[in-house]
Write a protein of this length. Structure first.
Length: 185
């Protein structure tokens, strides 16, 4: 009990113990599956960056990874089963992690000098704002809709908007010409 409240605890100790045991049992069964999926996501992150470097192309790798992440978030919003939700989040993780290398390579290739410093600072500032406001938006949507589906749908739409912005990006002629050159494998 709290020193400020005389009310009994909201969750009796026996139910708490049962819930912890159940969650522990589920966690041990899912842990190998989750570990495997995230190892695959990590390896795909490396493969996407490697392929982007080999092709000398950034924009389509970023856009494709964002579409993959949006598809995973959309599938997670639509599913009601745990295994399918885990698969959907793994697909989203592949997309989110896969975008990192090509995105930063694209940002640093488009900007140079003090513009690069300002551009990277702006990207980080927007990421920090999103990291701060995102959980509040997700919580508000969960509270108003009584499920995470609305929040995950918004996440998928934001990822698709990012994809559209990347595809609308006009590349300098030097970058466009360099993207046509394919390095040997």
């Amino acid at each position: 009990m709290s020193p400020l409240s005389s009310a009994p605890p909201a969750w009796p100790a026996t139910e708490d113990l049962l819930a912890r045991r159940t969650l522990r049992r589920i966690a041990w069964r899912l842990l190998p599956f989750l570990g495997l999926l995230y190892i695959v996501a990590y390896l795909d992150r490396i493969n996407i960056g490697w392929h982007s470097d080999r092709r000398g192309e950034r924009r389509w790798h970023v856009a494709g990874s964002l579409v993959l992440a949006a598809a995973g978030a959309g599938l997670a919003a639509a599913t009601q089963t745990l295994p399918l939700a885990l698969l959907a989040f793994s697909i989203a993780a592949i997309g989110v992690w896969g975008v990192m290398g090509p995105f930063w390579a694209l940002a640093t290739a488009l900007l140079s000098g003090t513009a690069a410093a300002a551009g990277i600072a702006l990207i980080n500032a927007l990421g920090n704002v999103g990291g701060f406001l995102g959980p509040y938006l997700m919580g508000w949507l969960k509270q108003t809709s009584a499920s995470f589906s609305a929040g995950l749908t918004v996440v998928a739409l934001i990822l698709l908007a990012g994809c559209a912005l990347v595809l609308m990006l006009r590349l300098p002629r030097q970058m466009a010409a360099a993207a046509d050159v394919h390095l040997p494998v």
